[in-house]
Design a protein around this ligand. Structure first.
Ligand code: SAM
Length: 260
C-alpha cells in the first residue's frame, strides 16, 4: 500500500468507516485526478454515503448511478428483484413504483427478456438518476405521485408491479444510521405511523393496473409482513410472504385473480 493510500485509509478509519481499506480502493479507482480524490475522501469523511460519493451503487451486478440526496439502493432489495424476475414472463409490462434511482427497474430490465419497463418516483433528483439507469427504448421513467404519472394505456396490462416504498415507522426514524438520516430524503424512508401508509396506497391501486394473473411485490420488514399481507388481501389480491435469511429481506407477493 502506498503512503497516500494508507493516509486515505487512516482518514476514513478516523471518520468511522468500518471498511476503510475497501472504500479507499474504490475511491482511488473512481477519482480521475488527485484533486478529485481529495474532494471525494473529504465528502466520505464528512459522512456522505459511499455510493453518493462514488456516484454509483452496485446492484444485481449493475452499476446504478446515484447522486447526492438520492436513496441508495440496498443489497437486500436484490431479493425483491429475484422474486419478481421468477414470476415475470418474456415481454411482460413491468412497473416499478417509488423507483428511486431505478435500481429494481434496471435489474428487471436486465433479467426479463423483452420486458417493457416503466418506473416512477415523486422526487425529481431520483427520476434524473432513473432516466440514466433505465435508458429507452424499453425503459420509461415518469415523475409524480405513485400511479398518477403512468400512461392510462398501461391499465389492465401490467404483468409485474414492484415497489420498494418508504416503510420505516415514523417513531423509528431516529434509529436509522446517521448516513441515512442526514443524506437520504425523509420522504424516501418514513412510512407513517406503522410504516405501511405507502404500501396500503400501492396495494389499493394495484388491481386497476394489473393484468389478470399479474403480481404485486413489495418489500417490507419481517414484523410488518402480516399487516402488509392483510392490506394486499383487502385490496383483492391473494397474498403470500417470501423471505431471505441471507439478505435479511422480506417481500409480500400478491396475485390478481384470473377472471372467471
Ligand atoms: C425506500 S426508497 C426506494 C427507492 C428504490 N425503489 C430502491 O429500492 O432503491 C422510496 C422511494 O419512494 C419515493 N416516494 C416517496 N413517496 C412517493 C410518492 N408519493 N410517489 C412516488 N414515489 C414516492 C421516494 O422518493 C424514494 O425514492
Amino acid at each position: 500500500m502506498s503512503v497516500s493510500s494508507s493516509l486515505i485509509v487512516s482518514r476514513l478509519r478516523a471518520a468511522g468507516c468500518v471498511f476503510a481499506e475497501d472504500e479507499a480502493r474504490l475511491l482511488m479507482c473512481t477519482a480521475r485526478t488527485p484533486d478529485e480524490l481529495e474532494a471525494m475522501v473529504g465528502r466520505r469523511a464528512a459522512g456522505l454515503p459511499l455510493e453518493q460519493v462514488l456516484g454509483w451503487a452496485e446492484f444485481c451486478g449493475l452499476r446504478i448511478t446515484v447522486t447526492p440526496g438520492v436513496f441508495v439502493p440496498r443489497r437486500r432489495t436484490e431479493f425483491l428483484v429475484r422474486q419478481a424476475a421468477a414470476l415475470a414472463r418474456p415481454g411482460d409490462v413491468i412497473v416499478d413504483l417509488c423507483c428511486g434511482a431505478g435500481a429494481i427497474a434496471a435489474g428487471l430490465a436486465a433479467a426479463v427478456d423483452q420486458a417493457e419497463v416503466h418506473a416512477a418516483d415523486i422526487d425529481p433528483a431520483a427520476v434524473c438518476c432513473a432516466r440514466r439507469n433505465l435508458p429507452g427504448p424499453r425503459g420509461h421513467v415518469y415523475l409524480g405521485d405513485l400511479y398518477e404519472p403512468l400512461p392510462a394505456g398501461l391499465r389492465g396490462r401490467v404483468g409485474v408491479l414492484v415497489a420498494n416504498v418508504p416503510y420505516v415507522p415514523t417513531d423509528e426514524m431516529g434509529f436509522l444510521p446517521p448516513e441515512a438520516r442526514a443524506h437520504e430524503p425523509r420522504a424516501a424512508l418514513d412510512g407513517g405511523t406503522d410504516g405501511l401508509d405507502m404500501l396500503r396506497r400501492v396495494a389499493a391501486g394495484a388491481t386497476g393496473w394489473l393484468a389478470p394473473g399479474g403480481h404485486l411485490l413489495i418489500e417490507t420488514s419481517e414484523r410488518q409482513a402480516p399487516s402488509a399481507q392483510a392490506a394486499f388481501a383487502a385490496s383483492g389480491l391473494t397474498a403470500r410472504v417470501a423471505s431471505s435469511d441471507d439478505l435479511d429481506a422480506t417481500v409480500v407477493i400478491g396475485r390478481f385473480r384470473l377472471s372467471v
